[in-house]
Structure formats: C-alpha cells, structure tokens
Design a protein around this ligand. Structure first.
Ligand SMILES: Cc1ncc(COP(=O)(O)O)c(C=O)c1O
Length: 399
C-alpha cells in the first residue's frame, strides 16, 4: 500500500488495499475469520514469518491493515496494530514492555481507566508507578528511577486540557533510555504527531475523533517496526484485535478527518472566546487561548487548539449541574470526538473513580464542565449555551 502524495488529506483518502478482480472503488469488508493457504509450503512460510500475508483475523486482516497503514502514514510511524478499544491499546502498549520489578512514570492527568490500569492493575503484577504533574516539568527527571521503563502521558490531558512539551519530554526519555508512550486521542494525528517530537509509541482511542461519528469503539498502537514487533507478539497471543467491520468504518472515517478537525477546532475556538468574555463564567481553558497556562507549548506542537473546551460556571457545582440539565441541543453524554456536541461533568462520570484529592491535583474542579465541540452551526451551539446559562441562573436564584 502506498501513495505518491505526502499530503495528509490525500494519504487519508487514497492509501488503500489493492483492488480485487471486481475493480471496486471502495475496499470491501473482509468479514472472514481465517484465510486459505495456496499450499503446504505457503502455510509453513507464513507461520515462520518468512513471507507476509494474512493467516487469521486475530493476527491481521485486509481492513485492519488498510486502517493501520493510513494511521501510520498520518502519524509518521513505521508500523502499528489496531485494537478493539482505546483501553486495549493503552493496556497492550504497557503490558508488551513492562514486567515485575519495572516502574512506569505517568502524568497524573490521565483518563480514568488509564489511571485504574496504572494504579490498580499493573501493581498486581509487581509493576510500580509514580505520577508527575504536567505543569511542573522540572519535577519529572527526579521521578525517573533506575527501573523506569516507560513514561506515559496524554497531551492535551483529559479533561483538564493541560499540555506538556513533547520535544523536551522526548529528549528526557532518550537520555534515560525510557520509552515515551503518548495517548494522542485528544489531538488526533491531524493536529499533533508525537513521534516527530521524540515519542516512541503513540496510542489512540480511535473511538474519538478518528471515528468521529459516535459509532465505533476502537484503538491503535503506532511506533517503529522494532517496537511493534514486541506489541504484535503480545497482541497476537492475547487477542485485543479489532473487528474488520470496525476497521473498515475507521478507514472511511479517516478520509474526512482533516475537514472534520478543521471545523471542530473552528467551532471550539469560537465557543472558547465567547465563554471567556461571558460574565457568568469563572474559568475557561482552551489550548489556543493566550490565557492557557501552556499556550506557547500548544502553539509549538499543535496545528490548532482541538475540539475540547473546559469551563466552570459561576455559582459552583449546583449551577453546573443545572446547566447540564438545561442544555437542549447539545448531548449530555460521557463520550467526546463526535459530530454532535457533547457536554460532560467529569467529576461525577469519567473521573468519578479518582479520589477528591486526585481530582483536585489534576485540575478537575467539582464544577468543571467539558464540552466536546461538534460540527453543528456555531450560532446554534452558542445559543444553546446561552439559554442553559440563563436557565441555570434563574433556577439557582430561586433556591
Ligand atoms: C484520553 C483517552 N484515552 C483513552 C480512552 C479510552 O478509549 P476507549 O473508550 O476507546 O476504550 C478515552 C476515552 O474513553 C480517552 O478519553
């Protein structure tokens, strides 16, 4: 699979599996659990890894191959694997490299289930961890131990939207011969390519912007051929593989990633600027607002500011809850990265398993609201926020 173009949009559309004799315009869906061998010698050579080719869909499948080939080209990776969820990508990328006695250093600000893997599951197998604060880069080097094997981060983080300098962290990881694993789900490869800044592994919840239409649960792990060889061994024998049906949908989704992200970002930036001026809003965070604490780093490593905006409504958690109950157009859901705008209250949903103290440390204030800005007309989104602010204000004043 190859294309002559080096342009993101063209690669995302034109890179494809070879056409069959039917000359189809769109790659067919290969819903087959196994593949046949031409003869005994081919079967032997395939199992011995002497030749490439599909054997069994848990190992590889044309739809998964096409989806991953595109993602690799878009992220600047040599190789990768598709997984059945973002969480299986996170877990597989860690479990392929960590063993009893090893240590993982992670940013404190990670997705709730990633936090559970690091703090509850990995310790069951004798793997210890430390957390570092994204906004205190000078503390990171001191937390690297002789047995540290991996640094794991999200940037921007979920939901606080904190940013860490990938170039600086890549150098630190190389200095200590540690793998840097970056969950790039909030930015997508269109906005940020961590491998180019020095990361060794990029992980994704493809459920988010890569699908972008709220239909599929999926993940991906992308890296050098050498790293993916280890990951593939682990995945082949433990089986977190993605369904070919989902891989086919995701390959189609990638065709529109660039245009979708442009509109997501335009809507989010407009919404963030509107919220920042609003007298009823206490705090707004958006990577491309100059008020963001890591604005300069965001501008350096991201093409645009992303689709996520977080804010706190004046009036505390009660008004925040009334705001959520008052939205009419926007969906109240726990997902992000959809065509539909989604509002979420992280403290009581996605990050509810964290202690109050942990939440405080990563900037998840009790009244924090996260908006994943969709592709609706911006006027309708602002009108919905405005009416929910008015409704929540009058509801609170009658309390
Ligand atoms: C940053 C981040 N990483 C990983 C995940 C997990 O992905 P999935 O739900 O596809 O397993 C999510 C959200 O669910 C997320 O927001």
């Amino acid at each position: 699979m190859s294309t002559d173009s080096t342009n993101f949009e063209t690669i995302a559309i034109r890179l494809r599996e070879e056409k069959t004799k039917n000359r189809e315009h769109t790659t067919p869906i290969y819903l087959t659990s196994s593949f046949t061998f031409e003869d005994a010698e081919q079967a032997r050579a395939l199992f011995a890894d002497e030749i490439g080719g599909n054997i069994y869909t848990r190992f590889s499948n044309p739809n998964n191959n096409e989806f991953i080939a595109k993602l690799c080209a878009l992220e600047g990776a040599e190789d990768g694997i598709a997984t059945a969820s973002g969480m299986s990508a996170m877990f597989t990328s860690m479990a392929s490299f960590l063993k009893a006695g090893d240590h993982i250093l992670a940013s404190r600000s990670v997705f709730g289930s990633t936090h559970q893997i690091i703090s509850q599951l990995l310790p069951r197998w004798g793997i210890t961890y430390s957390y570092a604060d994204i906004d205190k880069p000078d503390t990171w080097e001191g937390l690297i131990q002789p047995n540290t094997k991996m640094i794991f981060i999200e940037t921007p983080s979920n939901p606080a939207l904190d940013i860490i300098d990938l170039e600086w962290l890549g150098k630190l990881a190389n200095k200590h011969k540690v793998l840097l694993n970056v969950d790039n789900c909030f930015a997508s490869p269109y906005l940020q390519q961590p491998l180019k800044w020095g990361a060794h592994i990029v992980t994704h919840s493809a459920t988010k912007f890569i699908d972008g239409q709220g239909r599929v649960i999926a993940g991906a792990i992308l890296a050098s051929k050498e790293i993916i060889k280890e990951v593939r061994f682990f995945a082949r024998h433990t089986g977190p593989s993605l369904s070919p049906m989902s891989a086919w949908m995701l390959s189609k989704s990638l065709e529109t990633l660039a245009v979708r992200m442009d509109r997501h970002c335009e809507n989010a930036f407009t919404l963030a600027k509107y919220l920042e001026k609003h007298p009823d809003i206490e705090l707004v965070k958006y990577p491309f607002l100059p008020s963001h604490p890591q604005y300069a780093v965001a501008k350096k490593q991201m093409k645009q500011g992303g689709a996520l905006v977080t804010f706190v409504v004046k009036g505390g958690i009660d008004r925040g809850r009334t705001f959520l109950n008052s939205v009419k157009l926007m969906s109240h859901s726990a997902n992000l990265g959809d065509t539909r705008t989604i509002v979420t209250h992280p403290a009581s949903t996605t990050h509810s398993k964290l202690t109050d103290d942990d939440r405080k440390q990563v900037g998840i204030l009790p009244g924090l609201i996260r908006i994943s800005t969709g592709l609706e007309h911006i006027d309708d989104l602002i009108a919905d926020v405005e009416q929910a602010l008015v409704a929540s204000k009058s509801a609170n004043s009658t309390d």
